[in-house]
Design a binder for this molecule. Structure first.
Ligand code: HAM
Length: 417
């Protein structure tokens, strides 16, 4: 519907502005891709929710459930030779066979940012900071980030020789907060205890929790490096006052390709995330590219719109003036058409009377549509190179030279000042 489309394009425009400010180049990826590409490393959670079908060439294809796989493939092909870091932005609809409910749809829009080529915490911080920027630009209030680190969890599990696919199943269950089921998959008691301990790790600030985590995993080589990495990222995002609500050591996300820090952004009014992302250092390589560390984030545009509605925080764009143009006599139609083009060239929205209505009916229609001005083209005024302008809000009418019309309309506010 028009208002919804307007809200959608408002958020898209702010996503593009964010991409411009952070130096991300936009790419447009296909809506339909091979099932193989889209399902490769996303994991069971996404795979089982994909819209898949056979095309007329008997190929297995699917509607994209996200952008990351398509961008990773680009990095192994067309964009392979681009200098690093490679910063890529995309926006569009994505499809998942989720159970529809508030904020959860089967067709939804994402704005997606990927930065490839850097393993440094600055790249992870950038994904969070640009999300912070988008939240601000769209007028979202009281948002906050939750951060975790897949490297810590995988680091612990690997040290107990837990196989990768079991690790993936555990992470998937942890994402769904089914911690007991996740623990049941572990046969070593000590490993279970260490993982369980992650759930209880909390301190009064996010930074202190991360420090506590670092101490907790001091005997786990890979996990310890991951915890230090988490601290470095938090230090960077704290420098620009990103609201980090929590470090959650047992936080996992439903995608298999994550290898490092992960995060989500939320608002208190909704229990679903407005955006989420993280580091995935192995994906590009798994598509046959060079080893390429990468971080990315996707924002749920529909959920951002929902949040702005609940918070009544959608910024009011400056209203542009609207005009309806009516000719007094049919013979003056062409002249009215010419004037309407002059106004449109000046950027003014003009509705031209195309229903053949008489003046009274046309004015009633203009009133109903709440246009700002009606321009009436009549022979008496035309002889002086002018038209009559009716200001509908103030119920006043005046004569204006056609040459001055665009400026007068643009300059005149609704209340006549
Ligand atoms: P994701 O967490 O699956 O991550 O999705 C990102 C965002 O899309 C979510 O935070 C949410 O706002 C929105 N979203 C997800 N499912 C739905 C739904 N059914 N209805 C409405 N909105 C939804 C990814 O897609 C990753 N590709 C992000 C990423 C990019 N990681 C690295 N690079």
């Amino acid at each position: 519907m028009p208002e919804e489309a307007e809200a959608l394009h408002f958020v898209i425009s702010k996503s593009r502005e964010t991409a411009r400010l952070y130096g991300y180049k936009e790419v447009v990826t296909p809506l339909v891709e091979t099932y193989e590409l889209l399902s490769a490393k996303s994991g069971e959670e996404i795979r089982s929710h994909m819209f898949t079908f056979k095309d007329l060439g008997d190929r297995n294809v699917a509607l994209r459930p996200e952008f990351t796989a398509s961008i990773a493939r680009l990095a192994t092909s067309t964009l392979k030779k681009e200098p690093k870091p490679l910063r890529v932005f995309s926006v569009g609809s994505v499809y998942r066979y989720d159970e529809p409910q508030r904020g959860r749809y089967r067709e939804f829009w994402q704005s997606n940012f990927e930065v490839m080529g850097s393993s440094k915490p600055e790249a992870d911080a950038e994904a969070i900071i640009l999300t912070n920027c988008l939240m601000k630009l769209t007028g979202i209030k009281d948002y906050s980030f939750k951060i975790g680190h897949i490297g810590v969890i995988r680091g612990i599990l690997s040290q107990y020789n837990v196989e990768e696919d079991v690790q993936n199943s555990i992470l998937r269950l942890m994402d769904k907060k089914e911690f007991n089921k996740a623990l049941e998959l572990l046969d070593k008691k000590r490993c279970r205890e260490v993982l369980e301990g992650l759930l209880e790790l909390k301190a009064s600030t996010a930074f202190e929790t991360a420090e506590k985590l670092q101490k907790y995993v001091k005997d786990y080589k890979v996990a310890k490096i991951a915890a230090k990495n988490l601290i470095d990222i938090i230090k960077l995002v704290a420098a620009i006052r990103c609201p980090i609500e929590a470090v959650e050591p047992a936080f996992a996300r439903g995608l298999d390709y994550y290898t490092g820090a992960i995060f989500e952004v939320k608002v208190p009014e909704l229990d679903i995330a407005l955006g989420g992302g993280g580091r995935y250092d192995k994906l590009v390589e798994s598509f046959g590219g060079d080893p390429t560390p990468a971080v990315g984030v996707a924002h749920g545009i529909d959920r951002i719109i929902l949040a702005t509605k609940i918070q009544e925080s959608i910024p009011q764009e400056k209203q542009r003036k609207t005009v309806m143009i009516i000719s007094v006599k049919p013979e003056l139609k062409t002249e009215a058409l010419r004037i309407s083009e002059v106004l449109r060239e000046a950027g003014i929205m003009v509705g031209f009377e195309i229903m053949g209505r008489k003046m009274t009916k046309a004015l009633e229609d203009a009133d109903r549509r709440k246009v700002d001005f009606v321009v009436i083209v009549g022979s008496k005024e035309l002889r002086k190179g002018a038209v009559a302008v009716r200001d509908l809000a103030n119920r006043e009418q005046f004569t204006v030279k056609i040459a001055e019309l665009p400026e007068i309309i643009k300059g005149q506010s609704k209340n006549g000042d």
